[in-house]
Design a protein around this ligand. Structure first.
Ligand SMILES: NC(=O)C1=CN([C@@H]2O[C@H](COP(=O)(O)OP(=O)(O)OC[C@H]3O[C@@H](n4cnc5c(N)ncnc54)[C@H](OP(=O)(O)O)[C@@H]3O)[C@@H](O)[C@H]2O)C=CC1
Ligand SMILES: O=C(O)C1=N[C@H](C(=O)O)C[C@H](O)C1
Length: 273
């Protein structure tokens, strides 16, 4: 993408992780963004080591050139992109507030207090949190909501599979898909969710939404929302083949939020109507 405007100045929080590195890679292809700070946690062996090669427009950006544990004084940040997990999330949000920068966060497994903190921050800065930055998954949520509304009596189960290193279960995406199904049915997810089954469970109660988390190998992220009725079954499936797609989605979100008004934004704002 080319533009006459100055490149958007990004801080990548959790820059040494799987997703952080994917965002750095994706930014290399974009002339409209630059990496102003690639942040790793204090004590990380990466601190002070060179970044992978960056696009020419990044040259001269404060903090460019190496992984850092904090942006050098005076660094201008416009968007903080956070993939630091629940351990880093609070500090990423604090950094965005401190710099009056927008926050784009993909960290999953947040607790209720952290979601409230996102709402509070949105009074001061633009905030977009999404459990999944794939445009295909954003569309899948719409399909799931629609199917749940049209098929209120069908049994719904949500199955996800991820790599063996994933720390939270079920995935944030599975929970978001469950929220979409619950919205389509006009019920609260907490009242109808069941996580796995084992033992003498009895017959399946109507209206349940079942979650099943599989872990193994290097699977990037597969999700299926399954609706079952007598004699037929509908399955909506999304499979991610690379983390690059999440990184590209996060950069799209960053473009949408840079220089936007404070408030809560979602992937629907990125996807458009
Ligand atoms: N929304 C989406 O589209 C997607 C969301 N995710 C989510 O993103 C998160 C990260 O996933 P992934 O990249 O696979 O995980 P990784 O464990 O590979 O990366 C997390 C990184 O954050 C670093 N970190 C932890 N604490 C801090 C801190 N206080 N300051 C700075 N850096 C810190 C970790 O460092 P160290 O290892 O040194 O502790 C690690 O390098 C997860 O919550 C995951 O579910 C993942 C993919 C897509
Ligand atoms: O941890 C991951 O890897 C992923 N996490 C997100 C989630 O919890 O939904 C998104 C994606 O599926 C990959």
């Amino acid at each position: 993408m080319t533009t006459d405007a100055a490149p958007i100045r990004l801080a990548v929080y959790g820059a040494g992780g799987r997703m952080g590195q994917a965002v750095l890679r994706a930014a290399q292809d974009c002339a409209d963004v630059c990496i102003a700070a690639a942040l790793v946690r204090a004590g990380s062996g990466l601190a002070g080591t060179p970044l992978p090669p960056l696009p020419p427009l990044s040259a001269g950006a404060a903090g460019e050139g190496e992984f850092v544990i904090a942006p050098p004084a005076g660094t201008l940040l416009e968007v903080v992109i956070d993939f630091s997990g629940v351990q880093g999330f609070d500090a990423a949000l604090a950094l965005a507030l401190q710099h009056r920068a927008a926050l784009v966060s993909g960290t999953t497994g947040l607790d209720a207090a952290q979601h409230v903190a996102l709402d509070r921050a949105a009074e001061q800065i633009p905030v977009l949190w999404a459990s999944n930055f794939s445009l295909g998954v954003a569309l899948m949520q719409r399909f799931a909501r629609m199917a749940a509304k049209v098929l209120p009596d069908w049994d719904c189960e949500i199955v996800e599979m991820h790599h063996r290193r994933k720390r939270d279960a079920p995935s944030g995406t599975a929970l978001s898909l469950g929220e979409a199904v619950a919205q389509g049915r006009g019920v609260g997810l907490a009242e109808v969710a069941v996580h796995g089954r084992s033992g003498l469970t009895g017959a399946r109660p109507a209206g349940q939404i079942g979650f099943h988390a599989l872990r193994g190998g290097d699977v990037i992220g597969d999700h299926t929302v399954l609706f079952a009725s007598d004699d037929e079954r509908l399955e909506l499936t999304h499979r991610a083949a690379s983390r690059d797609l999440f990184a590209r989605g996060a950069l799209r979100a960053a473009r949408r939020l840079a220089r936007a008004q404070p408030g809560r934004y979602g992937m629907d704002d990125v996807l458009g109507e």
